[in-house]
Ligand binder design. Structure first.
Ligand SMILES: [Fe+2]
Ligand SMILES: [Fe+2]
Length: 486
């Protein structure tokens, strides 16, 4: 069985089941935390390495969340900048400003949890849908107009009509469930990444509205977490700045003052705008200027354990994007580390291999679920989008201090020894042992994992397929180590 250009075998994929009532399973049930998956084994560590700034790691990884939400890359960073300035104006205590600063980067950590369901319910590209949804009002009329505009235009009219009726009947309930899943998972992920309840609560309450009209709990006024109240208005400002420009963005904020957003926070944003906040936001070098706003006597830094915690949390975000990926990234990481150890790779390299395993598919957060979950062969145009994900992985990871090799390994997981892989068509001499290990772990895991649509392929059968791929695609010594390890 040949696996050209990658590991995914979609030939046996039956209908996926979602919240739409037609069948039972949901993508929400497919999610398992990385902490649970990785709990059995403590990963290898390199002793004596200096901690690195946490904000720099989150600023880079948050780009993946922006992509999933259909926002311009840097949305989380810009939200962080706005929120930090607004916190100054509001006179928030230092401890709150610190939590707000990190919550801004992680506010969309739950974004991938509802991507598959959203895509399935509407039948369209979830990323585009989320981009459009970010600017609509919350009235029934606004939502109805949004729904009609976003139904799949290629679908026959009777099918579209059925979809519309179903969304009309089930929409509010489903929306609340999806928001709940998104907010709760986002908060869980922040906790798993090593942040406290101040950060996770801000994420949990992010979509609540000042007047009680938000989701999922309909909290009102001071019952909403104070940091969430700041964050939601600042994020809203950035979304409208990107889509509509300055004056309309400020107008929307004023219109939503006292309904969506806390009046005092809107006042602070308007005051900030009068003092030049939006000019500062648009000026060059925003990334460095935002990181310099971290409110603390010393920067928060991440040691090796912290880095693994954050990488593992983002692996969970990646795996939650599609019901086809269960705990794929966590398992690839564990297998890749075992293979590296078996092959006698130095510990520092094995650590990079494991982290590359955790994050190799982070670029998939920029690929719509209509493609990731498609139960059949991809068109050429769709495959082009799939081919982009290792490149996106490299772009997201490369700016992180100490992740230059991780970025390179992650970017190479769909390359083949014969040069027919993607995205660069690298050949055997260009593929390091680490890259070869991640590629084997990725293929084997994809074949043997329990997935929502089928149970795990027996190891013997998967191993036989991997052996068949040896030589042109996968490296013989790594496949040999795989036999020993599994
Ligand atoms: Fe991949
Ligand atoms: Fe993968």
């Amino acid at each position: 069985m040949a696996l050209p250009l990658g590991a995914e075998d979609r030939s046996a994929v039956p209908q996926i089941r979602y919240l739409d009532g037609s069948t039972a399973a949901t993508p929400l049930g497919a999610w398992r935390s990385g902490a649970e998956v990785a709990a059995a084994a403590r990963p290898l560590q390199v002793a004596g390495r200096e901690p690195i700034p946490t904000a720099g790691i989150l600023a880079a990884l948050s780009i993946a969340l922006d992509l999933t939400e259909g926002q311009l890359p840097g949305h989380a960073l810009r939200t962080c900048f706005i929120a930090s300035r607004v916190a100054d104006i509001l006179g928030l205590p230092r401890v709150d400003r610190s939590a707000l600063f990190f919550a801004a980067f992680l506010k969309d950590a739950g974004c991938s949890t509802n991507a598959a369901a959203v895509s399935r319910i509407f039948g369209v590209d979830d990323i585009e849908l989320k981009r459009n949804q970010a600017t609509i009002g919350r009235s029934t009329l606004a939502y109805a107009a949004f729904t009609i505009r976003n139904l799949p235009s290629a679908e026959p009219i009777p099918v579209r009509l059925r979809r519309l009726i179903r969304i009309g009947l089930e929409g509010p309930r489903e929306r609340r469930l999806l928001e709940q899943a998104r907010c709760e998972r986002g908060a869980d992920i922040a906790r798993n990444a090593g942040f406290g309840s101040d950060v996770s609560t801000a994420i949990l309450d992010l979509h609540e509205h000042w007047d009680g009209g938000g989701e999922p709990r309909g909290l009102k006024g001071s019952a909403i977490d104070p940091l969430a109240r700041v964050l939601t208005a600042c994020a809203g400002l950035d979304v409208f700045l990107s889509t509509h420009g300055r004056e309309p963005a400020l107008r929307v904020l004023r219109e939503r003052r006292g309904s969506w957003y806390e009046p005092q926070v809107v006042n602070a944003i308007v005051l900030g705008a009068e003092r030049g906040l939006l000019d500062e936001l648009a000026a060059p070098g925003l990334s460095a200027r935002t990181l310099a706003l971290e409110p603390d006597d010393g920067q928060r830094s991440s040691d090796e354990d912290d880095i693994d915690r954050i990488a593992s949390a983002f692996a969970d975000i990646v795996d939650a994007k599609s019901p086809f990926t269960g705990s794929h990234s966590q398992r690839v990481a564990a297998l890749a580390e075992s293979l590296a150890t078996r092959l006698g790779v130095p510990v520092a390299d094995a650590v990079d291999v494991r982290r590359a395993g955790l994050l190799h598919d982070i670029g998939k957060l920029g690929v719509p679920n209509t493609i990731l979950d498609k139960p059949g062969a991809l068109t050429e145009a769709e495959f082009e989008q799939i081919r982009r994900h290792p490149e996106l992985t490299r772009r997201i990871l490369a700016p992180i201090t100490r992740f230059d090799r991780v970025a390179e390994l992650g970017a190479s997981h769909h390359e083949r020894l014969d040069g027919l892989g993607y995205f660069r068509g690298l050949t055997a001499p260009e593929l390091s042992t680490g890259a070869r290990i991640v590629a084997v772990a990725d293929v084997f895991e994809a074949l043997t994992a329990d997935r929502p649509y089928r149970s795990a392929m027996p190891r013997e059968r998967a191993l036989a397929i991997v052996v068949e791929e040896t030589g042109d695609h996968l490296a013989a010594d790594v496949v040999s180590a795989l036999r020993d390890v599994v």
